[in-house]
Design a protein around this ligand. Structure first.
Ligand SMILES: Cc1cc2nc3c(=O)[nH]c(=O)nc-3n(C[C@H](O)[C@H](O)[C@H](O)COP(=O)(O)O)c2cc1C
Length: 440
């Protein structure tokens, strides 16, 4: 099957040069289209899939036609496409991770593991959905699921087997531990022995583990984070991404701490603390376990605007403090290639998907790649680097917006004061020029 990525049907484009914050001033400026007419794609299915975008033909994750989707992170991690399985149920065992590689996902991040899985006890039900007004489309998803409850030895065996069977594909271990240096060192060593390519550190699980000062409890405390990241980076010999929690006033504070402590990159966001709702018949909160509940983590479409804002802040930090030279893996509500394009336009190198896989299955990656290629074809972008970070310079403060708008109004008024001399009358603009000097 062939990708139908390039509709290429815009007829007008004005180009404006921009300074990409990721260039650090050293590479040539790229062109960003600022106005365009586009006519060919319309959303037509419930998951936002655009039929005109096409389904990419992937072999080992590499698109067989269309714009180049491959990405290379600053840490050196090379992916055939930017779509990564986010840590969670879609990376929970050998069968599902194998399926992800077979379908063409750019990389897989396994479900978070810790040294002692016997401390991890899950409950059921552990998910609750928010539906749109049609009562069918899922727009929000709450979970009170903990990290992997499977024995570490079993997970490690599976990592090893996957790396033997898919040596060229990227497998990332997501890890979490208590505030204990020796425990982190042991976990890192045992994971590295399996051949995994990188670590993602779960500093962000909002439920269950904070009671043991793990996950979000660590990610919200910059002092603790600095110390633990120091231990991790002194031990790890493969790239380390710190996965950030959005449940904090300023996500750049822990991101800055993790990067300063040697992490090669940041992943954001994990889930947002949530209570899905109260059942108005039983008066009990959902998801209800024996009539009781506990706040969980919110994900899926509804969190995308929040994720975009957090990723934007981190991208600005990486742009200004590291000249763009750190990995940024974006997560939160991605279900289409166009969702992914938005995160990449803010500076993300790769884009993770968790709930989207739970809703639409592993073949989704072909739609994601097809959709991203359609977006790229529409704008003439031949590779991801051609547009990565392109929208970031267009964020400013509210104060600046007010100033710019005032200046624009003043300029319009000035333009209405008329021609500066009779020699300025033109044939083509004659009526407009006359109009500009009319008082009423
Ligand atoms: C059921 C479920 C389990 C999850 N488990 C983990 C986990 O073990 N480790 C982790 O870092 N993130 C976990 N996450 C968070 C996701 O990786 C992701 O950060 C979040 O759900 C937002 O992305 P999404 O909207 O694509 O799901 C989990 C999410 C869900 C829905």
């Amino acid at each position: 099957m062939h990708s139908t990525w390039g509709c290429g049907c815009y007829s007008q484009r004005s180009l404006k040069s921009f300074k990409n914050p990721y260039d650090g001033g050293s590479t040539p400026k790229r062109a960003l289209p600022t106005t365009r007419r586009v006519k060919c794609v319309r959303a037509s299915s419930r998951n936002g899939y655009f039929p005109a975008d096409g389904i990419a033909d992937l072999i080992d994750g590499k698109a067989q036609s269309g714009p180049d989707l491959s990405v290379t992170h600053f840490s050196g991690l090379k992916l055939p496409n930017p779509f990564v399985i986010g840590s969670g149920p879609p990376g929970t065992n050998y069968q599902v991770m194998k399926k992800a590689f077979d379908e063409g996902w750019g990389a897989v991040i396994a479900k978070t593991v810790s040294l002692d899985s016997s401390k991890v006890i899950n409950v059921t039900p552990r998910y609750a959905r928010m539906k749109a007004s049609d009562k069918k489309e899922v727009i929000g998803w709450e979970n009170i699921e903990l990290i992997s409850d499977r024995p570490l030895e079993v997970m490690l065996e599976e990592f090893k087997r996957l790396k033997q069977e898919y040596p060229d594909r990227i497998l990332i271990a997501s890890i979490m531990e208590e505030y204990n240096k020796a425990a982190w060192e042991e976990l890192i060593e045992r994971c590295e022995d399996t051949g995994v390519d990188a670590f993602e550190i779960n500093f962000s699980c909002p439920h269950g583990m904070p009671e043991r000062r793990m996950g979000m409890a660590m990610g919200q405390d910059c002092e603790l984070l600095e110390e633990v990241c120091g231990w991790i980076n002194a031990k790890a010999s493969i790239p380390v991404w710190a996965k950030m929690t959005p449940n904090i006033t300023d996500i750049t504070a822990p991101a800055r701490t993790a990067l300063a402590a040697g992490c090669e990159g940041v992943a954001a966001i994990n889930t947002i603390t949530s209570v899905m709702g109260i059942n108005l018949d039983t008066l009990r909160p959902e998801p209800s376990v024996e009539g009781y509940s506990t706040p969980g983590g919110y994900s899926s479409k509804a969190v995308k605007p929040i994720a975009l804002a957090k990723v934007m802040s981190i991208a600005q930090l990486i742009g200004s403090e590291y000249e763009g030279a750190k990995d940024l893996s974006a997560i939160g509500g991605v279900e289409t290639g166009r969702d992914a394009a938005e995160f990449i336009l803010l500076g993300a190198n790769s884009v993770q998907v968790c709930t989207g896989v739970m809703l639409h299955g592993y073949p989704l990656v072909k739609q994601l790649c097809g959709g991203l290629q359609a977006f790229m074809g529409q704008h003439g972008f031949s590779s991801i680097e051609k547009f990565r970070g392109a929208s970031l310079p267009y964020f400013t403060t509210h104060h600046e917006l007010v100033r710019m708008q005032r200046e624009a109004v003043a300029a319009k008024k000035r333009a209405r004061t008329g021609l500066s001399g009779d020699d300025k009358w033109s044939g083509d603009g004659f009526v407009r020029e006359a109009e500009s000097m009319v008082a009423n």
